[in-house]
Design a protein around this ligand. Structure first.
Ligand code: SF4
Length: 306
C-alpha cells in the first residue's frame, strides 16, 4: 500500500501560501534548475550608481533598448559626482531614445541628493534608497539585490508571472507575490536567484509561454494541470496592465517636443511647425507637462531645455 503522502498533493497552508515543505522543495528546484541566461551590461558590475541608473532605465523601457542607452549614458556620467555636476539639459539630452523623461530628472536629482546628503555614496539601505527621487519599492529592492547582493527578492511582471503559473497555479496579489518571492530566496544566493527568475520570465514564461524547453516544465503547477484557463498570470498584480498606445499619446507628443528642444531653443516658428503635426491642444498639454516636470523652461517667446 503506498504511503499516503506519495499520491496525495501536499496541502497549502492557506490560499496561495505554501507549506514549509513546499517552500523547501521549490527553493531546491529553483536553485538547481535556473541559471542566469542573459549577459547584460549592468550584470557585469556591482557599482551601485551604475545599477541605480540601469534599474531606473528598466522601469519603463525594454531591455533591448536600455542596453545601448545604458552604455552611452554611463560613459558620459560614470559616477554620482559627474551626474550631479552636469546641467539638467545635458542629462536629459543623454536620455535620448528612452522616453518617460521624468526619469532623467529623477536620476539627476538623485545624484544631487546622494552628493549633498550621503557624501556621494549611494545608500545601501531600503529607507535611504526610497528617499531618493524616482526610486520606488521595486527599484530600491533591485538596487539592494543587484548592487549590494542583499538577499531580498525582486518581483517584476516577469517574476510575478512565474510565481503565479509555476508555483501556486493561481493569480497572486502584489503582497502575496512579494511574500512568496521572499520565502523562495535561498540565503546567500540573492543576486543569481533574482537574475535567473527574471530571465525565466523574460525567455520562457512570457505572456504567451514557451513551456517546451522551460526548465520548470516538470514542476510547473499550471502546466501539470494542463494549462486550464484562465491563465493564472492574467489577474496577477502588475502582469496584465495594457501598454499605453504610443501613437497619438501624450507621451508621443512630449517626446517630439523634447527631441526638437535638444536641437536648440524652441521659438514661435518651431512651435508652429510642431502644431502642424500634433495639433495645438496636444502641444499645449505636452509643453505644460514638460515645464511642470522640470524638463523644459519658458523663455521670452519660447522654450528651451531646463
Ligand atoms: S512550464 Fe510554461 S507556464 Fe510553467 S513556468 Fe515554464 S513557461 Fe511558465
Amino acid at each position: 500500500m503506498p504511503h499516503p503522502s506519495a499520491s496525495a498533493p501536499t496541502p497549502t497552508t492557506s490560499g496561495t501560501d505554501l507549506s514549509a515543505a513546499q517552500v523547501a522543495r521549490w527553493r531546491r528546484r529553483l536553485a538547481q534548475r535556473l541559471t542566469v541566461e542573459r549577459d547584460l551590461p549592468w550584470r557585469r558590475t556591482r557599482d551601485p550608481w551604475l545599477i541605480l541608473v540601469a534599474e531606473v532605465m528598466l522601469q519603463q523601457t525594454q531591455v533591448a533598448r536600455v542596453a545601448p542607452a545604458f552604455e552611452r549614458f554611463t560613459s558620459q556620467f560614470p559616477d554620482v559626482e559627474t551626474c550631479a555636476a552636469a546641467s539638467r539639459a545635458d542629462v536629459v539630452t543623454a536620455w535620448a531614445g528612452l522616453g518617460y523623461h521624468r526619469r532623467a530628472v529623477a536620476i539627476h536629482e538623485s545624484a544631487k541628493v546622494i552628493t549633498a546628503d550621503h557624501n556621494g555614496v549611494v545608500p545601501s539601505d531600503l529607507e535611504g534608497l526610497l528617499a531618493l527621487p524616482g526610486i520606488g519599492p521595486y527599484t530600491a529592492r533591485a538596487i539592494l539585490a543587484f548592487a549590494f547582493e542583499d538577499d531580498v527578492a525582486v518581483v517584476d511582471t516577469n517574476v510575478a508571472r512565474v510565481l503565479a503559473r509555476a508555483v501556486v497555479g493561481a493569480p497572486l496579489g502584489a503582497t502575496a507575490a512579494q511574500r512568496l518571492a521572499d520565502s523562495l530566496l535561498t540565503k546567500g544566493n540573492g543576486w543569481a536567484h533574482n537574475q535567473s527568475m527574471l530571465d525565466l520570465g523574460a525567455r520562457w514564461c512570457t505572456a504567451t509561454p514557451t513551456c517546451a524547453g522551460c526548465p520548470l516544465r516538470r514542476s510547473c503547477r499550471w502546466a501539470r494541470e494542463g494549462w486550464p484557463l484562465p491563465d493564472p498570470a492574467w489577474r496577477t498584480a502588475g502582469t496584465s496592465r495594457p501598454q499605453e498606445r504610443f501613437v497619438g499619446s501624450n507621451r508621443e507628443a512630449r517626446g517630439l517636443v523634447l527631441a526638437r528642444a535638444r536641437l536648440g531653443p524652441i521659438g514661435p516658428t518651431e512651435l508652429a511647425d510642431l502644431a502642424v503635426s500634433l495639433g495645438d491642444e496636444r502641444i499645449t498639454t505636452a509643453v505644460a507637462g514638460l515645464v511642470a516636470d522640470g524638463l523644459l523652461e519658458r523663455t521670452r517667446g519660447g522654450l528651451r531645455l531646463a
